[in-house]
Design a protein around this ligand. Sequence first.
Ligand code: SER
Length: 428
Amino acid sequence: LLFVNAGMVQFVPYFLGQQTPPFRRAVSVQKCIRTPDIDEVGKTSRHGTFFQMNGNFSFGDYFKEGAIPFAWDLATKPLDRGGFGLDPERIWVTVYLDDDEAAEIWRRTGVPVERIVRRGKKDNFWSMGIPGPAGPCSELYYDRGPEYGREGGPAVDEDRYLEFWNLVFMQYDIADVRGKEEFRILGELPAKNIDTGMGLERMAAILQGVDNLYEIDEVRPILDRAAELTGRRYGARSSHVASESHPDDVRLRVVADHVRTSLMLIGDGVIPSNEGRGYVLRRIMRRAIRAIRLLGWQDRALPELLPVARDCMAPSYPELAEEFDRISSYAYAEEDAFLSTLRAGTTILDTAIAETRRAGRAAISGEKAFQLHDTYGFPIDLTLEIAAEQGLQVDEEGFRRLMADQRARAKADAQARKTGHLDLSAYR
Ligand code: SER
C-alpha cells in the first residue's frame, strides 16, 4: 500500500494471528488517503481524497452480536448522552447476501426488516483490495430526505442514503485478489474479529446539516477562500443533489479537497516527486492548481489557500502549525515549478496550434500531445482544453497509442532490471 487507506491497516498482523495484540479492543481516529475515486471528487457529496476514519476494533473479542448494538447505540443515542443523536427511523442497514445472523441481530436491535437490505460482494464484502484479512460487512446509511435524491434505500441512491459506518466481520484470509468480487478464500482467520470504519467527514456533514464533505467546518473555509480569490459564487444553483452542481462548484470542491490533502500528505512526510507516494501528491497538487486556474486565477494560489487549510486542521493536528514552514516551502516550490511547466507548455502548444491551422488540419497530432506530456509534463486534459478553446481537436487515439508504447517500454525496462534480459520487441 502506498498509503494507509483504512483504519485497520496497522492491525493486519493482529487479524492474521502473526502478532498478539496488547489489548483485545481498540478505538481509533485514523488519517486515510484514498485516490481510486479521485475523478468523483466534487461531483458526488461523499468522495474525499483525505479523510479521517473513526473505528472500533475487536481482536478475537466481541463479534457481530457486540458490534451491531454498539453501532446502533452510538448512532442513535442523544447528543447530550454522548451519542450522535441520529433519528432511528432514518437509518437503513445492509448485510451480505447470506448473512442471516447479522440481519437477525439488526432486527432484534430495532431495525425493521424493510430497512435491512441484502447486497452482494461488490458492496458488502470488504477487503483491502490485496491479499490479507477480509470479511462480509454490514453498513449503516442515513436517509437525508427526498431533496437529496430518489426513494428506495441505499441500493437506489447512495447520495440520498449516505453510508456513514461500515462494520466488517473480519473472519477470512483471502488471496488472488483481482477485484472487489474476484478473490479466493484461503480459510478462516485464527479468530473472529471486528473492524469498523465511520468516516468522520460524512458524520460531520450529517451533524452539521450540510450537503457534502466539502462544506463541513474543516474544509469549507478553503473553498470559501478559493471562491473569494476567483470571484465565483459557490452554490448559486439551489439543488442539494451533488450531481446537478454547476462546474464551478465542482472545481471549488476539488480545490478545497486537494489543498487539504496536500497539506496532510506533506505534513506526514511525503514530498512531491515522479514516483510512488510523491507522484500521487504531485498529481493531487496539479489537479488543485489546474482547477483554480480554470476558475480564472492565474497566479500562485497555494500561498493563499494552504494557510487556510492549516488553520482548519491544526486544532486536531498541532504539528501542522509547528511545521508549517517546512510544509509550505515544499508546496510553494511545487506550485512554482508547475506554473513554469504550464508557461513553457503553453508556448509550445500555441506554436502547434498555429502550425495545425496553417496545414489546414482539424486536429493537433498525437505526437505533439505526447511530446507536451512527456517532455514538458504538460497534462493531456489541458492540451485538450486549450485546443478546444481554439476550435481544434487532438488526435487522442494517437496520443494514447504513444502512451501505451511508452508504458510497454517502461515495463520491459523494469523486467530487464529484474532478469537482466531486455525484451527489445517493446522498442520496435
Ligand atoms: N475497513 C473498513 C473500511 O475501510 C471498515 O473500517 O470501510
